[in-house]
Design a protein around this ligand. Structure first.
Ligand code: FES
Length: 652
């Protein structure tokens, strides 16, 4: 007689096993991904499985209800204390008694897929750098004089197939009490090592540790620092939070911060201190939001632009302020949180994604990781819009990247009625093609401005100005209704037929909203504002166009708008303006915060770090400043939408 057949789903792996084999053991032999932290002792419940009963004609097996050993006292005890869901068994307790089909539910897989958020281009498979291991250690005796740490490492390696391990002084100091308190059973958090660090025990808890360990995915922007706190066992985001980058007091945009560091001998140091302090206060905030101890945060991944990268690391960004924009290093960095003054677990690790070039940072690398243009069949253009647009164009054959100095106009800066995106800011605009009068929506209110309830609903916030997405829609709508012409001039009331155009010095301006009666501002668009937008959009477009030249194409298959701002831009208006190349509107999508997603991927999957390091080495960097074609494209792109390019898809 042959041994019973065990089939695992969803993997389909199968094999024959002698009666009495625990399902966990069968899974391990077949290489089925079934989790276990306690090593089969019936404590952790990570090994839960669901046996299926009935006939499986596809597999030619019938599973009787005695195909597994009956529920045993370990499972009973577990169920009494914590409850085991209906139909679930502990894989380490249930043994094979006959042919059986066993389903491994997603939460019992180590390499489980993390639930994908909307707009995320790829799925994340768990493979974190730091994991928990439960182990039983031999007690010392007069015949085995080895130290407690040596016996712990021996037990860990024997049970878990781990490499040689080291431990910090912090671990050594807590080890002896933990072993004795846990009666020689402990749970260890182990960092599995990388190119920089050897594998290491980070923390020891007495007995079975019920809690989890956490990691941070941080998007360090010049304006805000945003972080996701992730559970390193489930992959779940347990809290998300953000703070203003305190460096703002040294300059709104990147170049003014670089000049601050040039002008003040201790300027770079001050900014380093400020950003690290901001970071630490964010960590306090996010840990309290998730109600966890900050000491349980053992890993952190950072993405940022090159200037932020240098200032965060404490490197003077001087060289980034002048050609040829040399980075101190473009390689990925594995560091200890302590070296960066970050108050996390004392042994916490930090990983910073590689930079692509002097103007294309680790944030762009993170976008490349999450959008994976290098795996795409179709040619994809990815633009991350900020004060410096980072642009990637590529497919599975080749990927190109550049940055383009768009300036802060898209964030509402340098616009006469411009402001940051905040309640009260105009974010959506429509101009009636017949009356040529505008109507709009402000952040914090769902109604359009011509709704009778609009005034009462916005009484709290007021109508304070126009934010970046609002100004883009505004200028595009003005162009569509003929209030602005292709070269970018606002016409007179007679020329345009709009009563809202008015003489403003030597040019005309357009009145959007007059709030002076209620004590609010008068919101207008001046011809200078149009100029600012033309400059910014021309810079963005010519960067993209230059990459298309280098690729040898004159159209792309799809366009992805990344960045928080990208999420708010209307693709139609962006195309009317000629910000982005002509493409079918249904091929333009928003990736949300793709840089933040890239950071999360690198946090939750250690192989992804290697992957992005390899990808970045293969990306061709194009320096816009030395390309004569860039200037040419820029001049043409100053017109709305463009002086020479026809935008046939847009027009149809
Ligand atoms: Fe821990 Fe089964 S492996 S309960």
């Amino acid at each position: 007689t042959t041994d019973p057949l065990v089939i695992f789903t969803p993997s389909g792996k199968r094999g024959h096993f002698p009666i009495g084999t625990p399902i966990l053991a069968a899974a391990r032999q077949l290489g089925v991904d079934l989790d276990s932290v306690c090593g089969g002792r019936g404590i952790c419940s990570k090994c839960q499985i669901s046996p299926s009963y009935g006939e499986f004609s596809k597999h030619g097996v019938t599973v009787a209800d005695d195909a597994l050993s009956p529920w045993n006292e370990v499972e009973q005890r577990y169920d009494d204390i914590r409850g085991l869901a209906k139909g679930r068994r502990l894989g380490c307790q249930a043994t094979v008694q006959g042919d059986v089909v066993v389903d491994v539910p997603p939460e019992s897989q180590v390499h489980k897929q993390v639930v994908r958020k909307r707009a995320e281009a790829r799925e994340i498979v768990m493979n974190p750098s730091t994991r928990l291991y439960y182990v039983e250690v031999n007690e010392p005796d007069m015949h085995d004089p080895s130290g407690d740490l040596e016996r712990l490492i021996k037990a860990l390696r024997a049970e878990w197939d781990l490499p040689e391990l080291e431990a910090d002084l912090g671990v050594l100091r807590s080890l002896q009490p933990a072993l004795r308190k846990g009666e020689w059973k402990v749970t260890c958090a182990i960092h599995l090592g990388d190119d920089t660090f050897s594998p290491r025990i980070m923390q020891v808890w007495p007995g079975y540790y019920e809690g989890s360990i956490y990691g941070l995915a941080v998007d360090l922007g010049s304006t805000t620092i945003a972080a996701h706190l992730c559970d390193l066992q489930s992959g779940e985001v347990v809290a998300s939070s953000g703070v203003m980058n305190p460096q703002i007091r040294f300059g709104e945009d990147l170049m003014s911060r670089v000049s601050y560091s040039m002008m003040n001998p201790s300027g770079a140091d001050e900014m380093t201190r400020a950003v690290r302090e901001g970071m630490n206060s964010l960590f306090v905030q996010i840990a309290s939001e998730a109600e966890i101890d900050r000491n349980l945060i053992v890993d952190a991944v950072f993405v940022c632009n090159p200037v932020m990268h240098h200032l965060f690391l404490g490197i003077d960004p001087f060289e980034l302020g002048q050609a040829p924009f040399a980075l101190a290093t473009s390689e990925a960095l594995a560091l200890r949180a302590i070296e960066l003054d970050l108050n996390l677990h004392p042994a916490a690790r930090v990983y910073i994604l590689p930079c692509i070039a002097g103007h294309v940072g680790a944030d762009a690398a993170a976008v490349a990781l999450s959008e994976a243009p290098n795996k795409s069949e179709d040619l994809v253009l990815i633009v991350d819009v900020g004060t410096n647009a980072e642009i990637i164009l590529g497919n599975k054959d080749k990927v190109l990247a550049c940055s383009s100095p768009t300036g802060p106009a898209f964030e509402g800066a340098q616009i006469s009625s411009g402001q940051r995106a905040a309640p009260g800011a105009i974010e959506r605009v429509e101009i009636d093609p017949v009356s040529k009068l505008p109507r709009f929506k402000v952040i914090g209110c769902d109604l359009w401005s011509d709704d009778p309830d609009f005034e009462t609903q916005t009484a709290q916030t007021g109508i304070t100005g126009i934010c970046g997405s609002g100004i883009i829609e505004m200028v595009a709508e003005m162009r569509m209704t003929g209030i602005v012409d292709a070269p970018g001039l606002i016409g007179s009331p007679e020329q345009t037929g709009s009563p809202n155009c008015f003489q403003d010095g030597r040019t005309y301006s357009f009145l959007v909203h007059d709030g002076t009666e209620t004590g609010g501002p008068k919101i207008t668009v001046t011809n200078r504002d149009i100029r600012e937008i033309q400059m910014a959009k021309a810079a963005l477009y010519s960067g993209a166009r230059l990459l298309m030249d280098k690729f040898g194409v004159d159209k792309v298959d799809r366009i992805v708008l990344a960045g928080a701002f990208g999420a708010h831009i209307s693709s139609k208006h962006a195309m009317v303006l000629g910000m982005i190349p002509d493409a079918p509107l249904n091929k333009v999508s928003s990736a949300g915060n793709a840089a933040g997603t890239g950071a999360r991927i690198a946090l939750l999957n250690r192989d992804a770090r290697k992957e992005i390091e390899d990808t970045v080495h293969e990306i061709h960097k194009i320096e816009t400043a030395i390309e004569p074609r860039f200037q040419e494209h820029f001049v043409n792109a100053s017109a709305i939408p463009n002086a020479v390019e026809p935008f046939p898809i847009l027009r149809s």
